[in-house]
Design a protein around this ligand. Sequence first.
Ligand code: NI
Length: 162
Amino acid sequence: MIRKITEYPEKVLGEMGKPVEKFDEELEKLCEDMFETMYDAEGVGLAAPQIGLNLRLFVMDCEDIKLVAANPEIIETEGEQSGQEGCLSVGKVPAVVVRPMKARLRAQDVKGEWFEREAEGYAARAFMHETDHCNGKLFIDHLPKLRRDMVVTRFKKEKRWK
Ligand code: NI
């Protein structure tokens, strides 16, 4: 089922997510819905707060990495990259964000098994962007104030025309 995507500045997007504790059928169903919602919106990642749930959970399908991450943490980073990023909750308005080049993610899968996965470039960016969502942080929070305001203004303007 396609869920409604929560948009900036809804409160849930700024809240620290609660840990996922139950790895049951309901969680599996939720992850299916999240993948469906993400593909429908043509995104490469979607976190639970983006469908209004205050939970530390995201799904992602980016380059060769498709996964469910519950209780995600970035445990290691390396290098630096500067590239365009956007978010389904901010109308995909792009902005250049500086982030580490490589990132190592530690999380639980849909069954509750812990795993670690390393990514580079765009996929590493997705790991960090989605983990940020679980911590109540948006990509615009990484921008200097002036550029952040420009993204928000453009998002609001485009929204009025929809
Ligand atoms: Ni996002």
